[in-house]
Design a protein around this ligand. Structure first.
Ligand code: S3P
Length: 448
């Protein structure tokens, strides 16, 4: 279990000696930050991005776009300037594209490169090298890219893009915004119309942002549910000045922390509440969470609000499986909330969780069980027996498995455990939330 830890692993354990309280700002949305760098690099001229997430995953995207000719410069805290080269004008990268832990960088950049006559090698860390890339290899091969992957369709892989890419019409076999986005990004440099049929809607940041940068993109509802998204190629993207809203996936951690630590009241500022991402707020609401959306507004073409959250007596529920795509990254945090609810919380329809940065069903089940929470692992989900508000036993060290959201989930669980829950390796947290520990300390949590 330990072979996955970074060589310089440092453990993390948090405790709460009393209620959590105060205001927190949440780092920029990871999905939007990746796309802002990529689209700015493809626009002709200078774009400015404010509120960019400066986590390792986004820095991997920035380095890749630099390696392909864009000028990507940090000019202040979260404030970046990008001089784009234009669709069709990316340069051949000199070395391998190092993707670190980032599945989003890998899959979206594979799409982008597929329709450019360039060759690139993609490499990643041990976690990323276990994740399936067949889901993008298949449609991108239809477009005409030649992709030589490691066994099982994994990294490292070599992608040879094509000078004569074909427009495709593709129905997504899995609900994946990364696969959808890979095809749409390829479509930017394909003559004619590239079409993605999405039977189950997923996060729509690519659609909003591609339109915002001037691409000719339409979204039509599909008979029987879902959307048909069409993009017309040889796009002429215009530079933008954009502000990235706070990431609801990062907000989930202080949100659940405040719900489970008695007496807490926390204000989380400027959180993205796009309806394709807000499932965690809706589900916690069904469980009886006291969460109020204040000051709703628009930031960078995305709905945003401040969230006021107070400690709550949660009720176990059957979480409707169709909510999964709108909160897929938030299940580890929801599992922690469920550990304090009254009764059972049943969560299903989560097979995609098994192919994230770790197998999040297995890893969370194992760690929760070790911390004294009764769980039943299902092939596609988890059943959690809650403590009805009592502290859970804790007193264990759990493995983060190179997965930032696993590390943060167990750090939060520790706040309402009788004895600390120690995460063996805090380093993966830097992929999406470099200031996590400091933010939790600002709310009153103590480092154990
Ligand atoms: C993302 C899509 C989701 C999500 C990931 C970010 C994106 O992945 O889990 O963290 O930015 O498009 P899938 O497309 O694999 O569901």
């Amino acid at each position: 279990m330990r072979e996955t830890a970074h060589p310089t692993a440092t453990s993390l354990s948090l405790r709460a000696d009393g209620p959590l309280g105060g205001h927190v700002a949440i780092p920029g949305d990871k999905s939007i930050s990746h796309r802002a760098i990529m689209l700015s690099a493809l626009a002709v001229g200078t774009s400015e991005i404010r509120g960019l997430l400066e986590g390792e995953d986004v820095l991997a995207t920035a380095a890749a776009m630099r390696a392909m000719g864009a000028t990507v410069a940090r000019i202040g805290d979260g404030h970046w300037r990008v001089d784009g080269v234009g669709v069709g004008s990316l340069l051949q990268p000199a070395g391998a594209l190092e993707m670190g832990n980032s599945g989003t960088s890998t899959r979206l950049l594979m799409g982008l490169l597929a329709s450019h006559p360039l060759t690139a090698t993609f490499t990643g860390d041990a976690s990323l090298s276990r994740r399936p890339m067949g889901r993008v290899i298949e449609p991108l091969s239809r477009i005409g890219a030649d992709i030589q992957a490691s066994p099982g369709g994994r990294l490292p892989l070599m992608l040879r893009g094509t000078a004569q890419p074909l427009p495709i019409r593709y129905r997504l076999p899995v609900a994946s915004a990364q696969v959808k986005s890979a095809i749409l990004l390829a479509g930017l440099n394909i003559a004619g119309e590239t079409v993605v049929e999405e039977p189950v809607p997923t996060r729509d940041h690519s659609e909003r942002m591609l339109r915002g940068y001037g691409a000719d993109l339409s979204v039509e509802p599909m008979a029987g549910g879902g959307n048909v998204i069409s993009i017309r190629g040889w796009a002429d993207l215009k530079p933008q000045s954009i502000t990235v809203p706070g990431d609801p996936s990062s907000a989930a951690f202080p949100l659940v922390a405040a719900l489970i630590v008695p007496g807490s009241e926390v204000l989380i500022e400027s959180v993205g509440v796009n309806p394709t991402r807000d499932g965690i707020i809706r589900v916690l609401g069904m469980m009886g969470a006291d969460i109020t959306l204040l000051n709703p507004r628009d930031v960078g073409g995305e709905p945003v609000a401040d969230l006021r959250v107070r400690h709550s007596a949660l009720e176990g529920i059957e979480v409707p499986p169709d909510v999964a795509p709108s909160m897929i990254d938030e299940y580890p945090a929801l599992f922690v909330a469920a550990a304090f609810a009254k009764g059972r919380t049943v969560m299903r329809g989560l097979e995609e969780l098994r192919v994230k940065e770790s197998d999040r069903i297995a890893v969370m089940a194992e760690g929760l069980r070790a911390a004294g929470v009764r769980v039943e692992e299902l092939p596609d989900g988890l059943i959690v027996e809650g403590s009805d508000g009592d502290p859970v036993p804790g007193g264990v060290t759990v493995a983060a498995h190179l997965d930032h959201r696993i590390a943060m989930s167990f750090a939060i669980l520790s706040l309402a455990a009788r004895a600390p829950v120690t995460v063996d390796d805090r380093s993966p947290i830097a992929t999406s939330f470099p200031g996590f520990t400091a933010m939790m300390e600002g709310l009153g949590a103590r480092l154990g």
